[in-house]
Design a binder for this molecule. Sequence first.
Ligand code: 13P
Length: 251
Amino acid sequence: MRKKLVAGNWKMHGNLAENNDLLNAVVAGVTGLRDANVAVCVPYPYLASVQEILRGTNVAWGAQNVSQFDKGALTGEVSTAMLKDFSCTYVIVGHSERRTLFGEDNKLVAEKYVAAQKAGLIPILCVGETLEQRESNTAEQVIEEQLKAVIELAGVESLNKAVVAYEPVWAIGTGKTASPQQAQDVHEFIRKGIAAQNEIVADGLTIQYGGSVKGNNAAELFAMPDIDGGLIGGASLVADDFITICSALQN
Ligand code: 13P
């Protein structure tokens, strides 16, 4: 059975005091949940304290971005080795906010994915279409290209050690969730595309849905056959909401 995972993406939110309260509540709330793999992807400056709080719990942690380079004169960048220093398990690559606001293209995202895996980090590779692309019926083509860039650089077997997150850009932070069927259709499309290259890899691949997942819609999304959990923005900052979403993995 493939792994189901709920990961919080805190984005640029939090402070030391709030993080501490949030994580202690989350740890208490998810302890004892069956089949619930839970993680939080936090801003870089908090990795040290998050590590302190989460070490020995069943909540993993990671970052939201990473450099494609190992080291060097690269002011402001953070390397995979630095993330490993703080025992990160995951790193998000290719989030739509990085793609649209910071100009990351498919090639760069693929390079970050490769760098993450080389260091033993599990990349959470985000893919997804804008509203305009959905309305012009190019969503599948866009997603195919996003995946192709990674598969061409890293090989399809690399997906054995990765997570894919389908995040329709029009659903992120908008309160407009994809319906379970809309999301399922895209997840199935992704899995079938990968299965055409390697069926075993496709069967084992965790594909999360992201975009306005809340406590009141997580269960119906996660019940779909190709949706293996979620990548959660806003609701991951509210302990009760995040715990409810994690609990929905059990249904
Ligand atoms: P929201 O859950 O706030 O819509 O954000 C989704 C997201 O971008 C997770 O990476």
